[in-house]
Design a protein around this ligand. Structure first.
Ligand code: PLP
Length: 379
């Protein structure tokens, strides 16, 4: 027995550890609200308030961290709206007074080198890109983006949201000369939600010393100094650090190339199933389809009805359509700790869900198409 008698963090009772020892839940599913409501109600009692708002925050504040350290109010940046997360990244920048030239794309498009070539100007201080747009299942080719930036002779800071790509899709920070790559713990890194993780270039660190945007918690200076000693300026989520260390060991044991190949194989299997169902991918260009998730149009059915059926009848949580896509698409995640049989189970569940919802589907067709791909493609 280890005695942790520092004045906090304090010992975590077995009962609390056991409560955390459970499969991660769908944060948009119907299980979480009861937990949140109970926490807020009980916290009101602890705070001694009857009606004050008690706010719970996501730890994934990485967008804000990337922006407040590198940009000032009035700075002009370029962004492409090809999905909800690209749109939200811009929304955060605008809240800080950053002037955003936001080029509208179809949701389902990638950002192309030609888009960057056409829109990037000398006075753009930064380029904001979502590597893998989780709302649409589309991956942008960052090597192409970097080539277009260089060909134009411009030199904006390259700020990349790698939330649903890092650890699942190849990422080459140095080769693509990214300035800030940001992610969360809950996707390819196979951890529960809660940690915001950033990778920051020398140039971005220099920008952070020059930029005076008000910040305290997000200020990189003290964070960099403390981390160099293995610490954090404030109390960090220490148990998550142990979990993350273990997850990173697992990625290294498998080998990153093998991890990416696994995601590619699983992603292709899912796309073959969608084709076998005669359903349309939201992603417009097969070359740009994401290997970490797949979004599918549903024009004959309310997608939320499918989600309700798969969740309640099959215990299968699928992603819904986000923002303007609500009710019109469903999304299948195939990232993180996942193998072929789990993907086949998900596809089988989708087929059953479609049938239960009264949509036309030949049971087994999508599963068979994915199986054929898994058998044929080397593991
Ligand atoms: N960026 C992308 C691409 C995402 O997929 C998400 C969440 O799914 C986020 C940002 C926001 O992360 P969080 O909800 O953890 O704040």
């Amino acid at each position: 027995m280890h005695f942790l008698q520092i004045p906090g963090p304090t010992n975590v009772p077995e009962r609390v550890l056991r409560a955390m020892d459970r499969p991660v839940v769908d944060h948009r599913g119907d299980r979480l609200p009861a937990v949140v409501h109970e926490i807020r109600r009980r916290l009101r009692g602890v705070f001694g308030t009857a009606a004050a708002e008690v706010l719970l925050w996501s730890g994934s504040a990485a967008w804000e961290s990337a922006l407040v350290n590198t940009l000032r109010a009035g700075d002009r940046v370029l962004s492409f709206n090809n999905g909800l997360f690209a749109e939200k990244f811009v929304e955060v920048a605008r809240r800080f007074g950053v002037v955003v030239d936001e080029v509208q794309k179809r949701w389902g498009d990638a950002v192309l080198a030609s888009d960057v070539d056409a829109a990037l100007r000398a006075d753009h201080r930064a380029l904001l890109i979502v590597h893998n747009e989780t709302s649409t299942g589309v991956t942008t080719d960052l090597a192409g983006v970097r080539a277009a930036i260089d060909a134009g002779g411009h030199d904006p800071l390259l700020l990349v949201d790698a939330v649903s790509s890092l650890g699942s899709l190849p990422f080459r920070f140095d080769e693509w000369r990214v300035d800030v790559a940001l992610t969360g713990s809950q996707k390819g890194l196979m951890m529960p939600p809660g940690l915001a993780i950033l990778c920051v270039s020398e140039r971005a660190l220099r920008a952070a010393t020059a930029v005076d945007t008000p910040r305290y918690f997000h200020d990189w200076g003290p964070v960099v100094a403390a981390l160099a000693q293995g610490y954090s300026p404030a109390t960090p989520p220490t148990l998550e650090f142990y979990g993350l260390r273990e997850a990173l060991r697992m990625l290294d044991e498998e080998g990153l190339d093998a991890v990416y190949a696994r995601h590619a194989r699983l992603g292709e299997g899912v796309r073959r199933a969608v084709a076998a169902w005669d359903r349309q991918l939201l992603c417009h260009d097969l070359e740009r389809c994401s290997n970490s998730l797949t979004a599918v149009w549903l024009d004959d059915l309310d997608a939320n009805q499918l989600l309700r059926i798969t969740a309640s009848r099959l215990e299968l949580d699928l992603g819904g359509g986000l923002g303007r896509l609500n009710g019109r698409v469903f999304r299948m995640g195939h990232l993180g700790a996942l193998n072929e049989l789990e993907v086949l189970a998900m596809l089988g569940g989708v087929e059953m869900g479609l049938a239960l919802a009264g949509a036309p589907v030949d049971l087994g067709r999508g599963v068979a198409a994915a199986q054929a791909h898994f058998v044929q493609s080397p593991a």
